[in-house]
Design a protein. Structure first.
Length: 97
């Protein structure tokens, strides 16, 4: 994670756990690239490079087609009414269990 002393990490400085979490965030429809920038200091082009290096070529192409121009992946394209990173029903709920 970026620290106040070193706010931007390079791709080489990321741990395997960081790379895994960034890939997960990049695949999530409702997590904007700006959230990855705030959390890890990686711009959208850096995330694209990370994804290209860590995914199979077919998976990378599917991901790129999926996120290109998607409003939920770019804060500037999102409705200002959306102030959350995920849908409330996205995660399993315990329903009192």
């Amino acid at each position: 994670m970026p620290s106040p002393d070193h706010p931007f990490l390079t791709l080489a400085e990321l741990s395997a756990a960081d790379v895994s979490r960034i890939i997960e965030m990049a695949w999530e429809d409702r997590t904007p690239f700006e959230a990855i920038l705030r959390s890890y200091g990686l711009s959208e082009p850096a995330v694209i490079r990370l994804m290209r290096a860590n995914l199979k070529s077919g998976s990378f192409r599917l991901w790129r087609a999926r996120v290109t121009g998607r409003a939920t992946k770019h804060s500037a394209l999102r409705s200002p009414d959306i102030d959350r990173a995920y849908c409330p029903t996205q995660y399993k709920q315990s329903h009192g269990r």
